[in-house]
Ligand binder design. Sequence first.
Ligand code: NAD
Length: 489
Amino acid sequence: MNKEALIGKSYQNFIDGKFENGSQRDMDVFAPETGEVIAKVPLSGKRDLDKAVKSASEAQKAWGDRTLKERIQVFFKFRELLDQNKDQLAELVQLENGKTRGEAMAEVMKGIELTEFACSLPQMVNDEIQEVSKGVECRTTHVPVGLVASITPFNFPCMVPLWTIPNALALGNAMILKPSEQTPLSAGKIGELLKEAGLPDGVLNIVNGDKEMVEAICDHPDITAVSFVGSTRVAKIVYARATSNFKRCVALGGAKNHLIVLPDADEDMAAANIAASMSGCAGQRCMAASAMVAVGQVDHIVKRICEESEKIQAGNNLGSVISKEAQERIERYINEAEAAGAKVLVDGRNAKVAGKENGYYVGPTVIDFVTPDMAIAKEEVFGPVLAIMRTNDLDEAIAIENSSNYGNASSVFTQNGGMANYVMDRVSAGMVGVNIGVPVPREPFPFGGWNESKFGVTDITGKSSIQFWTKLKKRTTKWSADAWTNWMS
Ligand code: NAD
């Protein structure tokens, strides 16, 4: 398939079942692997949002009136369409994001799993009924919130929209999706496939745009809930603005994930998992291993991590980072750490891929003897870089993890169950693991971090999301005039 046919109209806004241009400016979309411009995305404004909101509000009434079992029929079909179109979707993800084809396909497969979860919602949305006084019944029902919005980042252009779309829509809401302006293509394709699956026009509208569109979403009086996934800086802005406008909001932010490695860890398993976690998706995962705290004598494991990292090659089994600015930012962190005394063991700076000289590549990088005060130890680098800190004391390692503003994920590498539990009990992160580089909870378990990695009460996926996408109606009924009448009834 040629590039134009692959992209189709998926970069445009998708309103009321039709692709259309935005009413304002456009922005270039780059293919990070090559640096070439592949499309122009509209940076839409309030006029476009008003149109999308009007269509979605109208569509939600009939959609929300259907039963959950009726609504999920669309998602059974959508799941089949995702499967049939997985090659094309993976190609789009690779084109707009720069990850490898295998990583892009894994993202689509995860999208299928998320859709399967939505298909199982009737088994999980359990309303309660109880006779609370003689002849008097209380019953809860889950009611859609109404018109909701989902604002997504560049790093998982297919998966993160599918964190929210299937659950929110299956539960009876209509949605305005605002994908990252850097990676708008997969979202458009998702809109197209949902229409083909039978989703009524307007139930999902996609508006492309940047900061201006996000602010308009947070301010729009007809939007009742906002989910956000992106950096902590913007998560704070969105959470504050949406909640100050009295909307419910869950806003997932950035991360600095710590792996704590003990001397008894299985050398091969630890090295393979840590190198893969640090470099997968070019380190642009909010679950990526970014900081490793080595406790005691673990030189043998550090050596094996370097060997595994050297097997990972840019343009081969390592994709590009998203932009030139990202490439420069990542290399700046490495330069500054080196200048401050850290030792670069595997150096990914100045990576070049033959035939793709204008692509944005950073090779896997391992830096030892980083100290907790360095920027590379504290800030989110979002590249294939592992910063190793050394300590002789497990509690000090835990204190380093606890000092982070973030709290998305943390893993411990050891063969001692007691030690593993000791660490898991004490680290301040929402998702913790043992001997695993990327401790992502899979469906039906919910996804969400702590501290400045998430603002809001619920998680974004799994059972926890049911609470976010619905409100409870509490019905109390009495049909018999003979029922008891006392202070409780
Ligand atoms: P980003 O915060 O720059 O952008 C996310 C969204 O916010 C985009 O749709 C963008 O258009 C919008 N936006 C950007 N600047 C804005 C502003 N000033 N005001 C209002 N809206 C604005 O994030 P990104 O660079 O696209 O994605 C990478 C970040 O996302 C990383 O920090 C990563 O850790 C985080 N992330 C977190 C999770 C998680 O589960 N916690 C998952 C994926 C990505």
